[in-house]
Ligand binder design. Sequence first.
Ligand code: G3H
Ligand code: 13P
Ligand code: ZN
Length: 297
Amino acid sequence: MNGGYAVGAFNTTNMETTRAIIEAAKELKSPVIIQITEKTMEYAGGRQIFNIVKNCAELYAPEIPVGIHLDHGKSFDICKKCVEIGFNSVMIDGSRKNFSDNVSVTKNVVEYCHEKGVDVQGELGSVPYIGEMEAGEVDWDLYMTKPEEAAEFVAQTGVDALAVAIGNAHGFVKERKEPDYERLSKIREKVSVPLILHGASDWENGRVKEAVARGICCFNVDTATRVAFVNSIIKTVHKKDEIAFDIRKILGDAQEEVKKTVQKKMIDFCSAGKCSISNHSKNEETHTLKTDEIGEE
Ligand code: G3H
Ligand code: 13P
Ligand code: ZN
């Protein structure tokens, strides 16, 4: 299914993070997905942040396939809005609903999006957030994706990609001692669409390799880049010299740190160098990365 590597889907909130991701992808010749959440759309304006990503990709890295994706869309309406704006793919996250309500909202989004040529990621099982992890011992069985249900979910909804829960969590937190790799293999056997792993900020080489070997095609990363950005700002500001009050210096340094973080991830995911692979050239007119190309040779 995958070609021994996975694509990184990196969250952006602003121009600097976006440029960092695009420049990292360009230098490493890596396909990439840039994703935007509802909160970021509220903060920056949906059309505004979309245009920043699109312009940045076209201006600085026209040769790189860049997917522009809605991350964790919680309703049909937000998915529709993103389609209208021009996103290439959306995620409808019905993972906190019961199975049939999750199927129902996901199916509606798929029907609408496929009419417009937009791909859809669904989530079954649920990837916990940092607050839930810190609240106490997590009952992983409640969160994890059940392979039989995954097959049913994909068949009933028609999603193009599936986010799975195998012991992964959002944020820099102590996750399940070992991801449930067996479960991942079982899901892979039963489901043919690309599998996505959220919460990959703290996933290093060994885990990444195992997950890719068992079928993960895409890793979502947010916390690692946010931490790099904010830590850099703190460091620059604490210098307390004249330069610390130059916004371009503060944000320019932060951009550089985010770029380094993204590049490290692209190397770990083995997506570096994959743009030279002929398969991606078929999207040369749009420069976009289609969901069925994620992780393909
Ligand atoms: O899982 C997704 C993001 O890390 C959540 O970020 O604060 O933009 O919703 P957000
Ligand atoms: P992290 O913040 O743990 O990298 O998770 C990112 C994510 O899953 C975005 O959807
Ligand atoms: Zn996520």
